[in-house]
Design a protein around this ligand. Structure first.
Ligand code: ADP
Ligand code: ASP
Ligand code: MG
Length: 421
């Protein structure tokens, strides 16, 4: 017997028929004798609609009330799934974040889970009851308000619940068959991976592969929670149930420790992020302290700077500096720089949100040279200009014009031998 957490994303619970299908996956696990907690997202499109209504009501809305509104989507699906499960003769009960409770920080709209009391759910497991838990939300104890975890946060709820219940496996059911070498909706030759290391998935997610929320991978990595991504659309009956101690499954992708991955590829995946924007400050004085005068005020305004390029000045007097920020923070960043104009001393500022960050990721890079050179050559052969570069031990990212995003991803996917043929 195993303890299993099963998370169903928005498209997997988009209507009653899909909810019935999700329930069949749950039934299979229950009939195999497993204890099951299900974590659900809002029905596809619901959270977007709720966010839109809040913005329409007031662009400058109260963050606590935003959470009160957007957390409701998950409540609907949790209740509906419990009803459908009961109809199948399975004992099931829905749980909202505050009822468990799932305790969070005070950062409304992007709260972090701080604790989960799994005792009541565990107690009810003894009687074979399935817990259907709302993803994406919890309770912030200081002011006793509902808080949400940021978009895509149900993945994080699922991993956190799995950790609290000491689950054998955290299964994330979605609309693709697992984690692919790159987004399968963009590159038709993308290949499903059987396993991917926590560290690689963490880079993939934070560099734009939204198949798992970054925070969920971080949590899974810290707690060693094996997490599998698989399709909810596959036939529920033909699939094998989860078994305690079983490490390999024939469907989905398991995010696990890198020791389990026998043949690590040099490059395992390619990610891209379209939500970056580029700022170039032209003619900044080339003297000590100038970087501090630019990035100090940005940090004070809580603007995260990602890539930075500073050119050498030809005359030793003035130079250009380029950096990237989240596109949503571009206007704020420009305002901060313009305000600090007196201390920074520059001639002109330019910006563009028509950029994309493309990254190649792989733990095998640690022991292989030449990965970056191959990337730069492949892009130059396609006449794609690189605007900025950053690297770490297991990834290389380049910033390019967004018009070339798909071409770059497809080219790199093929150059690193990832194409499925
Ligand atoms: P859910 O609603 O189930 O949470 P998401 O839309 O958040 O689903 O995540 C699944 C989507 O992630 C897929 O439809 C796919 O387009 C996208 N995706 C991006 N990169 C990858 C990748 N490397 N592997 C698989 N899916 C990816
Ligand atoms: N419903 C929330 C969202 O759309 C959380 C999730 O689906 O993970 O962001
Ligand atoms: Mg998601």
């Amino acid at each position: 017997m195993a303890v299993v957490v099963m998370k169903f994303g928005g498209t997997s619970v988009a209507n009653i028929e899909r909810i019935r299908n999700a329930a069949k996956h749950v039934k299979r696990e229950v009939e195999a004798g497993n204890s099951v907690a299900v974590v659900v997202s809002a029905m596809a499109g619901t959270t977007n609609q709720l966010v839109e209504w809040v913005r329409e009501a007031s662009p400058m809305h109260d963050a606590r009330e935003y959470d009160a509104v957007v957390a409701t989507g998950e409540q609907v699906t949790a209740g509906l799934l419990a009803i459908v499960l009961q109809g199948l003769g399975i004992s099931a009960r829905s749980w909202q974040g505050w009822q468990i409770p799932i305790t969070t920080s005070q950062a409304h709209g992007s709260a972090r889970i701080e604790a989960i009391d799994g005792s009541e759910i565990l107690q009810r497991f003894e009687h074979g009851e399935v817990a259907v838990v709302t993803g994406f939300q919890g309770r912030e104890p200081e002011r006793n308000r509902i808080a949400t975890l940021g978009r895509g946060g149900s993945d994080t709820s699922a991993v956190a619940v799995a950790i609290a219940l000491k689950a054998d496996l955290c299964d994330i059911y979605t609309d693709v068959e697992g984690i692919y070498t790159t987004d399968p909706r963009v590159v038709s030759k993308a290949r499903r991976l059987n396993k991917i290391a926590y560290e690689e998935m963490l880079e993939m997610a934070s560099l734009g592969s939204k198949v798992l929320q970054t925070r969920s991978v971080e949590l899974a990595m810290v707690h060693g929670m094996r997490t599998r991504v698989l399709s909810s659309f596959a036939d529920p009956e033909s699939q094998q149930p989860v078994r305690a101690g079983m490490n390999d499954y024939d469907v989905g992708t398991i995010v696990c420790d890198e020791d389990e991955i026998l043949e690590a590829q040099v490059v395992s995946g390619i990610a891209y992020a379209k939500d970056e924007a580029k700022v170039t400050i032209l003619g900044v004085a080339d003297k000590p302290g100038v970087a501090a005068s630019v990035f100090g005020p940005l940090a004070d305004a809580a603007i995260d700077v990602d890539m930075i390029v500073q050119n050498l000045s030809s005359d030793g007097m003035r130079t250009d500096m380029t950096f990237t920020v989240q596109a949503t923070q571009l206007d704020k960043a420009l305002a901060v720089i313009n305000q600090a104009r007196g201390t920074i001393d520059f001639e002109e500022i330019k910006s563009s949100a028509d950029v994309v960050k493309v990254s190649v990721i792989g733990i095998g890079m640690r022991s292989h040279a030449g990965v970056a050179a191959k990337m730069f050559k492949a892009l130059s052969e396609k006449n794609i200009n690189i605007l900025a570069i950053t690297t770490s031990e297991i990834k290389i990212s380049v910033l390019i014009d967004s018009a070339y995003a798909e071409l770059a991803v497809r080219t790199l996917h093929s150059v690193y031998g990832l194409d499925d043929d």
